[in-house]
Design a protein around this ligand. Structure first.
Ligand SMILES: C[S@@+](CC[C@H](N)C(=O)[O-])C[C@H]1O[C@@H](n2cnc3c(N)ncnc32)[C@H](O)[C@@H]1O
Length: 317
């Protein structure tokens, strides 16, 4: 990765305000990326404060490790954030973390500089893995997936209306030539999707995003890290999640609702409570203070990537 492009941290001011950083606190940035948010958090900690950073991308981890060489308050873990409980437990941080930040999706560094095929604007190998040390690349998946499987991914994760047409074209054409590059995928999609069907979105955006989300198991990862956050946060600890996709945001919303609802069930002594819900009411983890934050008009103007961002926040009781 070179320095052609930098990642601009989204909702940076709001993240710092909502984390309400205690100088000697323990924090976790589970999506280090280019380190934009992490550096802001670090600059507010004193010598007793600690910041655990996680990223599954080795290029991002390289940046984090370089930073850690000059700053021993930074603890760096390479891997998926679904393993947050394991990482926190290795560092003896379970139940002690004052704030967790999840800034979901891919960074501009990955899109612009990684040469792993995240962008349909360049011709690169069709890999799309954030962590290319394991799992299946997009090209490997497209070589074997059935029409039904590809259609499901494009429809569910990409909300692509022409999912079936695209899937059929991929499966038909791969008999003659494997799909190894972004431009090969681009032509297969453009063959069958009307170019001006959606005035607001490029016809390739949905397909590329859906395949990326599938290859990286992005929604499954979110579900696991959210559940894990309950074990990692201290009482009063904040959970901040920035999403860029309606599917991600729905998972976050439902998770936060689920844990704050249980609290209101106790408070109101709701009479029709189910037995398993009643058990949950007495579990020690509940989230409250549910709110939602969007980037300002000015931020969206300065950083187009921020346009679809939404941040949800919850506080552990
Ligand atoms: C939007 S960027 C974060 C940018 C960062 N907040 C900044 O200010 O530079 C998302 C980062 O999260 C990482 N990431 C996404 N999903 C992940 C997962 N399941 N486990 C670990 N890291 C993940 C990506 O590799 C990427 O570097």
């Amino acid at each position: 990765m070179n320095n052609l492009c930098e990642h601009i941290a989204v909702l940076s001011k709001e993240v710092i305000r909502e984390l309400n950083i205690q100088k000697s606190g323990l924090y976790c940035d589970a999506t280090f990326g280019g380190g934009g948010h992490a550096k802001e958090i670090l600059s507010r900690l004193n010598k007793f404060g600690r910041l655990l950073v996680i990223d599954c991308d080795l290029e991002a981890i390289k940046i984090a490790r370089n930073l850690a060489l000059q700053d021993n308050r930074l603890l760096v873990m390479h891997g998926f954030f679904s393993k947050i409980v394991t990482f926190a437990s290795q560092l003896n941080l379970l139940g002690r973390v004052n704030g967790i930040l999840l800034d979901l999706g891919v960074s501009s560094l990955q899109i612009e500089n990684s040469q792993r095929g995240f962008s349909f604007m360049r011709n690169e190998p069709l890999d799309m893995r954030m962590n290319n040390t394991c799992g299946q690349s997009a090209s490997e998946w497209l070589a074997k997936a059935s029409v039904q499987e590809i259609t499901w991914v494009l429809r569910t994760l990409g909300e692509e209306k022409f999912a079936l047409r695209i899937a059929k074209n991929i499966v038909q054409q791969r008999q003659w030539k494997s799909i190894d590059t972004t431009q090969e995928l681009v032509s297969l999609v453009l063959d069958v999707v009307p170019r001006f069907f959606d005035r607001h979105k490029h016809p390739l955006t949905k397909t590329f995003r859906a395949i990326r989300m599938h290859v990286n198991r992005e929604l499954e990862e979110i579900i696991q890290v959210l559940e894990g956050s309950l074990m990692v946060l201290s009482s009063g600890g904040k959970l901040l999640v920035i999403s860029f996709h309606s599917g991600e945001d729905r998972i976050v919303k439902n998770f936060m609702r689920k844990y704050s609802l249980r609290r209101s069930l106790i408070v109101n002594n709701f009479p029709l409570i189910k037995v398993q819900d009643a058990m949950c009411c007495f579990s020690q983890y509940k989230l409250c203070n549910v709110s939602r934050i969007f980037p300002s008009h000015q931020e969206k103007k300065n950083n187009p990537r921020a346009r679809s961002a939404v941040m949800r926040i919850a506080e552990k009781l």
